[in-house]
Write a protein that binds this ligand. Structure first.
Ligand code: ADP
Ligand code: MG
Ligand code: MG
Length: 508
């Protein structure tokens, strides 16, 4: 039975019970790879000797069943829609390009677009793309009252993280229920209200599908990773799944390592990595079928022109990229905003003769109002000043910590040069329902133990799409979910950025 009123949360527990749950939770997390590398002063040691548990919520957070199911059912539409956007070269040139689009005023977008332009002038060698996506949502309280609505925060096409750890935290909450029944603290805390989460298998299946389509079974998959990454286990779980379930080997390399190890076979444009002493049977190099980027989404990942050159090199090969540069560009905030204009929405969602053709405008109903700050002379900026308290401004960046909120907007607009307006979008704030709390458990930092906080939860739905090959068909799937929960007073929600914790849903 779906009821509309959210339950009282968190449920009542005594101090003793809370402490017992915290011990069970942190030890389960440490036992089951729900972990990070610990912070260090400098580089991570080459072979780590310790971990800390990931930040986590002690209880799963209530989420309305209907909106959860809606989010999952939208994912196939989004998978197909972003595949189509990535293949729409004219659209991406116009919106993200460095001649007429955002790439003119945003240096990073321009760099990526110029690499893509160069690749096109030389002839694209691999038409197939893989996307491992995550579509993020918050619940929105309509002004007129009524049930909460599902509203999209953003759509990620590169380095969508926490798929593996979200599965582990859902398992953790099921474990706590099995072990303690959460001390009967709430009637909705039942297994049947805690949906399964098989994101690890689902994301690995996407990578394996790309590998298979490439057609060289003994090739490996390359994970391009950041220097000093602490969220390595979220990636390792995918690596283990690929080996155990699909017999596919993975190698992890940074852009710096790839500058030395990557080789492109002339004419065939096959990507091979030289890994002396690290390959079975004394081989010197290995063929790569698929390049999975868990780095390269921020300008910080390209401190020198050589880093962009390495990205170009990888892109210029016949290996399937996850994502290709054009699919990365498709995930830009500017694209998200432009899609709210009917003409583009029609093109990508409604106009295509496909089984995924969206019915009833449900995708569009999941969007908040958005506009470009460069819109209609000064009007875009004026509107942002007038409505500042109801807005967030976003640049073309990923990874958290880049947005400008509410009261900070007017002063920010005072200093924003006119020519940079085009790089920013204004988005109406999603007004999340109030009154839910949880116990947030973070390792170290002087706040060890469970801290009771009023919270906001952001739902992410994972999906993949393999598309653009010889027949142009889109293969895609919705594969799982993530809940991130943050204190209600924090504007941002990044786990890696330290704002939120991993959580799971209990449906009501
Ligand atoms: P990033 O790509 O850096 O993750 P997001 O668009 O996801 O950028 O914004 C970061 C965070 O800011 C989100 O996780 C969410 O907590 C908050 N946020 C973004 N857009 C909105 C919005 N329209 N309403 C309320 N909060 C938002
Ligand atoms: Mg985000
Ligand atoms: Mg993002």
């Amino acid at each position: 039975m779906a009821s509309s009123a959210p339950p009282q949360w968190p449920p009542e527990v005594t101090d003793e019970q809370r402490e017992a749950l915290t011990l069970l939770a942190t030890t389960y997390a440490l036992s089951h790879g729900l972990v990070y590398l610990p912070p260090t002063d400098g580089a991570q040691p080459p072979a780590p000797t310790s971990v800390i548990h990931a930040p986590l919520a002690l209880f799963p957070s209530p989420f309305p069943r209907r909106q959860f199911e809606l989010a999952r059912s939208l994912q196939s539409n989004y998978n197909a829609m972003y595949a189509r956007i990535a293949m729409a070269e004219d659209f991406l040139d116009a919106v993200m390009g460095a001649e007429v689009g955002v790439g003119r005023v945003d240096e990073f977008t321009g760099q990526l677009w110029r690499i893509w332009k160069r690749l096109r002038s030389e002839g694209i060698t691999q038409l197939r793309h893989l996307g491992l996506f995550r579509s993020d949502y918050l619940l929105h309280k309509p002004e007129k009252g009524g049930p909460p609505q599902l509203k999209q925060v953003e759509f990620n096409t590169i380095s969508s993280s926490f798929g593996a750890l979200s599965q582990n935290v859902a398992q953790l909450h099921r474990h706590l229920l099995a072990k303690t029944e959460y001390y009967n603290s709430s009637p909705i805390l039942k297994m049947e209200n805690m949906p399964p989460n098989d994101t690890i298998a689902g994301l690995a299946e996407g990578l394996a599908a790309a590998h298979k389509a490439y057609g060289s079974p003994s090739a490996w998959i390359l994970f391009v990773v950041q220097n000093g990454e602490r969220n390595v286990f979220d990636q390792r779980w995918l690596e283990y799944e690929l080996l155990e379930k699909h017999s596919i080997r993975v190698v992890r390399q940074t852009f710096e390592q790839l500058a030395v190890s990557a080789q492109v076979v002339p004419t065939s444009r096959i990507l091979r990595l030289k890994l002396p002493g690290q390959l079975p049977r004394g081989a010197e190099s290995v063929e790569i079928s698929t390049v999975y980027f868990r780095a390269g989404y921020t300008p910080n990942d390209y401190p020198t022109p050589a880093h962009y050159e390495t990205r170009y090199l990888l892109e210029s090969t016949v290996a399937t990229k996850c994502p290709s540069i054009q699919l990365q560009l498709a995930g830009g905030k500017k694209v998200q905003q432009v899609l709210t204009q009917s003409i583009h929405y029609q093109r990508f969602v409604e106009g295509w003769p496909s089984i995924y053709t969206e019915s009833g405008g449900r995708v569009r109903e999941s969007w908040m109002g958005m506009w470009g700050l460069d819109e209609k002379g000064d009007q875009g900026v004026q509107k942002a000043r007038d409505q500042a308290q109801n807005l967030v401004l976003k640049p073309q960046r990923e990874g958290g910590g880049n947005n400008v909120y509410k009261g900070d907007i007017p002063a920010f607009l005072d200093t924003l040069p006119r020519e940079e307006r085009e790089a920013w979008i204004a988005m109406e704030l999603i007004r999340t329902p109030e009154g839910l709390g949880n116990y947030l458990v973070r390792a170290g930092g002087g706040t060890a133990g469970a801290v009771k906080t009023e919270v906001v939860s952001e739902l992410g739905i994972f999906g993949w799409a393999l598309f653009g090959g010889a027949y142009g068909a889109i293969q895609e799937k919705e594969v799982g979910w993530l809940l991130r929960t943050k204190g209600k007073d924090s504007n941002e929600g990044g786990i890696a950025a330290g704002f939120s914790v991993l959580d799971s849903v209990v449906l009501y």
